[in-house]
Write a new protein. Structure first.
Length: 666
C-alpha cells in the first residue's frame, strides 16, 4: 500500500457533477487552492440533465462561456399542450411561450450534461491549475470542531483512496446503448462497496487537510452520511423512463416541447434536443410498483418505447438510433442541514432531490455552489468575514424547499389522469395544468430567486430558517433598522439578481447588455445611476460621491489590499441617463475610470442609457425603475444579487454595508 504524504488545501470538493464543477470554477476565479475528487473514472458523455434555465445562462455568461452553450444548444421557444378530446384521441389544446418574454436576455435551452461539463473543464483550465481527480474515493472524514472559528486552521481531515480503472468505471445494464441507471434513484449506491473492496488492496491513499469542504457527491452523498445529516421528505410511486432518440414519427410537434396527457395510457413530456435528438420522459404504468422496490431488469428501452407509443397513439413513433436511456423513481426530499460549523457544506442533489421533468436539478445544484463558492473564496483570502458563510444555508435551503413544493405540484399534475369532466374529482383538470405550467415558468426560469434579509441583503424581513431553528443575523433584525431604499429602483429588487438592459459604453458608443459587465470574478460592485449629468446640481452630486469614495478612509481604500488595483475588491460602474455626446468620460471623477500606469484609463466602467446607432434604445432607466434626473446607487454582490440601494449621499450606509461583510486590509 502506498501512502502519500499529507497535503493541505483551502477547499476540498467531493463530486465533479454540475454542483462540484461550479464550486471549482469559483475557486479558480477567486484564486484559492482547491482540489476536486470524483469516484468515477470519466466525465459524463451523454444523457443525464439537459435543460438550462435563463438564469443559468446568465451565470455562464458571467464566467464567459454562455456563447458556446447558446450556439450548440437547442433553443426552446414554445410549449404545446396535448390532451384527450371527448373521444379519447389526443389533440393539441394550447401553445404557450417556453420562456416568459422579456424576463432575461437568454431563453431556456437544452444541451446534454456532458457538453456543459466540458465547458466547465475548459474554463477551469483557462483560469487555474485545478484538475478533476477522477477515480478518487474519500473514505474517512474527521472535523476538529474546536478549530472551526480559527481562520488559519485546517479543521477538516479527509482520507482519500485512488481507485483502479475497474472500480472507477460505472456498471452498465448490458444493453448496447449507454444508460444512466447507475446514477438513478432505482440503483443502489456503490460507494460503500467500493470502500469495503478497496481496503487492504494495493492502491494509493492520501490524507488531505482542508480549511473548507463541499460535498457535491449527489443524491446518495457520502459526505452527508459522514455528517449524519438527514434528508426529509417522501419517495413517490411514480416511475419514469427516459429515452434520448432520433425519432421517426408523424407526430407534428416533435420539435416542440410538449406535455401530452393521454386518456388512459399515462403522460409523456417531449424535449427536442440538439443534433435531431429528442428526449422522451414517460410514465411507466406497467412497472409502477406502488411504493415497492422496482425490478430494474424489467425496464429496457423497448418497454419505454412501447409505453410512449401507447400514449402518442394514433401517431406513430419509432427510432433507429438511441443515444441514452434511464429510469427513475421520484423522491422529493430536502436536507435538514446544509452546513456543519460553516466548514463542511452540502450542495446539489446531496441536499435536494426531486423529479427531473421541470428541468431544475442541475440548474439549482449549480446555483447552490454559485451562491457558496465566492463566499468561501473571499473568506479564505481574508477579504470577507466568516459570518457571510451562514447565509449559504439561510439562502439556499429556502430555495430547495420552494423547489420541492414546485415539483410536488408539477409532478402531481403531470402524472395524473386527465379529468373526464368537471365532476371527475380523481382526474387532473387540464386548465389547472396549463395554469400551473404558465405560473411555474417564472420559477423554472431561475429568476424568481429572492434571498431574505441578512448581512448581505439590507432589506426588511426574516433571514430564513437555518434548519436547526436559528436564523441568520440580518442587517434589519440584528443591528437595528438598516434597509436599502427599494423605492429608488422599483425593478432592481433587494435580494434578487440585478436585471440586465441595454446600455452604451460611454467611450466607444457600443451597445451592451449591462449584465455582461457583472462578471463572476469575486468582486462586489457599486452601481451608480448617475442621473442627468447636464444638470449642474446632479453633476456635483456625482462628483461629490466620487470624492467620498476616493478618500483614504473610504470603503474602497479600506477593504482593498494596498498592493492590489483599486477595483480588485469593489468595482464601481456608472450608468448616466445621457445624452452620451454631451458627456466626456475624463471629466468624471477619476475613481469612476481609474488610471493604471501600464494600461492607461479604464474605458469599461462608464455607460449611458441612450439610443444606439444600430440597436435602438435600451430604456435602461425606465426598465430599472430609476429616476432619470436624480438616479440612485445599488450594491451588487459577486453573484449579482442586490444587497443594498440608496442615494448618492448615503455613503455612510455603503460603509455600514461593507463593514459588516468585509475585513479592513489597511
Ligand atoms: P451529480 O450530478 O449526481 O454529481 C455527483 C458526482 O459525485 C458524480 O460525478 C459522482 O460520480 C460523484 N460521487 C458520488 N459519490 C461520490 C463519492 N462518494 N466520492 C466521490 N465522488 C462521488 N436537471 C436539470 O437541471 N435539467 C434537466 O433537464 C434535468 N434532467 C434530468 C434528467 C434525468 C434523466 C436525470 C436522472 C436527472 C436530470 N436532472 C436535470 C437532474 C440533474 O441531473 C441533477 O440534479 C444534477 O446532476 C445534480 O448535480 P450534482 O452535481 O449535485 O450531482
Amino acid at each position: 500500500m502506498v501512502q502519500l504524504q499529507d497535503s493541505h488545501c483551502d477547499l476540498l470538493i467531493t463530486g465533479a457533477g454540475p454542483a462540484g464543477l461550479m464550486a471549482a470554477l469559483w475557486a479558480a476565479r477567486c484564486g484559492i487552492h482547491a482540489r476536486i475528487v470524483d469516484k468515477r473514472g470519466t466525465k459524463i458523455f451523454n444523457g443525464q440533465a439537459d435543460g438550462l434555465q435563463c438564469r443559468t445562462l446568465e451565470i455562464f455568461d458571467s464566467f464567459g462561456f454562455a456563447d458556446r452553450v447558446w450556439k450548440e444548444s437547442n433553443h426552446m421557444l414554445e410549449i404545446c399542450l396535448w390532451n384527450p378530446d371527448e373521444t379519447g384521441r389526443i389533440r393539441r389544446t394550447d401553445r404557450i411561450p417556453d420562456t416568459i418574454p422579456g424576463i432575461s436576455r437568454f431563453q431556456q435551452v437544452v444541451l446534454h450534461q456532458g457538453r456543459i461539463e466540458r465547458f466547465f473543464l475548459d474554463s477551469l483550465k483557462e483560469y487555474s491549475h485545478i484538475k478533476i481527480e477522477r477515480g478518487v474515493l474519500p473514505e474517512q472524514l474527521e472535523i476538529d470542531h474546536s478549530k472551526a472559528e480559527d481562520h488559519h486552521a485546517y479543521p477538516i481531515k479527509a482520507k482519500i483512496r485512488h481507485l483502479d480503472d475497474d472500480e472507477a468505471t460505472q456498471a452498465q445494464n448490458g444493453t448496447n446503448v449507454p444508460d444512466g441507471l447507475f446514477r438513478s434513484s432505482l440503483a443502489k449506491d456503490d460507494t460503500d462497496d467500493l470502500i469495503r473492496k478497496s481496503r487492504g488492496k494495493e492502491g494509493t491513499t492520501e490524507v488531505i487537510h482542508a480549511k473548507y469542504m463541499i460535498g457535491c457527491d449527489g443524491a446518495h452523498s457520502w459526505t452527508r452520511r459522514q455528517l449524519g445529516f438527514q434528508m426529509q421528505g417522501e419517495q413517490t410511486d411514480f416511475i419514469w423512463g427516459v429515452l434520448d432518440i432520433v425519432p421517426i414519427t408523424n407526430f407534428p410537434d416533435i420539435r416542440m416541447r410538449c406535455a401530452i396527457h393521454s386518456a388512459k395510457s399515462g403522460s409523456i413530456m417531449i424535449i427536442p434536443r440538439e443534433n435531431k435528438l429528442v428526449r422522451l420522459y414517460i410514465q411507466l404504468t406497467e412497472v409502477n410498483s406502488a411504493g415497492q422496490q422496482v425490478d430494474r431488469s424489467k425496464i429496457t428501452p423497448e418497454i419505454i418505447l412501447k409505453a410512449a407509443q401507447k400514449i402518442m397513439s394514433p401517431y406513430e413513433l419509432a427510432y433507429d438510433y438511441c443515444d441514452w436511456w434511464t429510469a427513475y423513481q421520484i423522491g422529493q426530499r430536502v436536507g435538514n442541514l446544509f452546513s456543519c460549523d460553516d466548514r463542511v457544506f452540502l450542495a446539489g442533489d446531496a441536499v435536494h432531490t426531486h423529479s427531473p421533468k421541470a428541468g431544475q436539478g442541475m440548474n439549482v445544484s449549480m446555483h447552490d455552489t454559485y451562491n457558496l463558492g465566492w463566499k468561501i473564496g473571499l473568506v479564505v483570502k481574508g477579504l470577507a468575514k466568516r459570518s457571510i458563510l451562514r447565509t449559504y444555508q439561510s439562502e439556499r435551503r429556502r430555495i430547495a424547499q420552494d423547489l420541492i413544493a414546485f415539483d410536488h405540484r408539477f409532478s402531481r399534475l403531470f402524472s395524473g389522469r386527465p379529468a373526464r369532466d368537471a365532476a371527475d374529482e380523481a382526474g387532473i383538470s387540464m386548465a389547472e395544468f396549463k395554469d400551473a405550467f404558465e405560473k411555474g415558468n417564472m420559477f423554472a426560469s431561475g429568476l424568481a430567486v429572492d434571498y431574505g434579509a441578512s448581512i448581505l441583503v439590507a432589506k426588511p424581513g426574516d433571514s430564513g430558517d437555518q434548519g436547526d431553528g436559528t436564523h441568520v443575523g440580518s442587517k434589519a433584525n440584528g443591528t437595528g433598522a438598516f434597509v436599502g431604499k427599494q423605492e429608488l429602483a422599483s425593478n432592481i429588487k433587494l435580494g434578487m439578481r440585478f436585471p440586465s438592459f441595454q446600455v452604451l459604453n460611454q467611450s466607444d458608443a457600443r451597445p451592451w447588455h449591462f449584465g455582461h459587465f457583472l462578471k463572476s470574478d469575486g468582486r462586489f460592485r457599486i452601481i451608480v445611476f448617475a442621473g442627468n449629468l447636464q444638470d449642474e446640481k446632479q453633476w456635483k452630486r456625482l462628483q461629490g460621491f466620487g470624492g467620498s469614495l476616493a478618500k483614504p478612509d473610504s470603503v474602497i481604500r479600506r477593504f482593498t489590499p494596498t498592493a492590489k488595483p483599486i477595483d480588485s475588491v469593489i468595482e464601481i460602474l456608472v450608468i448616466h441617463s445621457g445624452p452620451r455626446q454631451k458627456v466626456e468620460l475624463l471629466d468624471l471623477h477619476e475613481i469612476f475610470h481609474p488610471f493604471d500606469e501600464k494600461r492607461g484609463w479604464d474605458y469599461e466602467k462608464v455607460f449611458v442609457d441612450d439610443v444606439s446607432y444600430h440597436e435602438g434604445h435600451g430604456e435602461a432607466y425606465k426598465n430599472y425603475g430609476v429616476d432619470k434626473e436624480s438616479g440612485c446607487v445599488a450594491i451588487a454582490r459577486p453573484d449579482q444579487h442586490v444587497g443594498w440601494i440608496g442615494e448618492l449621499e448615503d455613503v455612510k450606509d455603503i460603509d455600514r454595508y461593507f463593514s459588516e461583510v468585509l475585513i479592513a486590509q489597511v
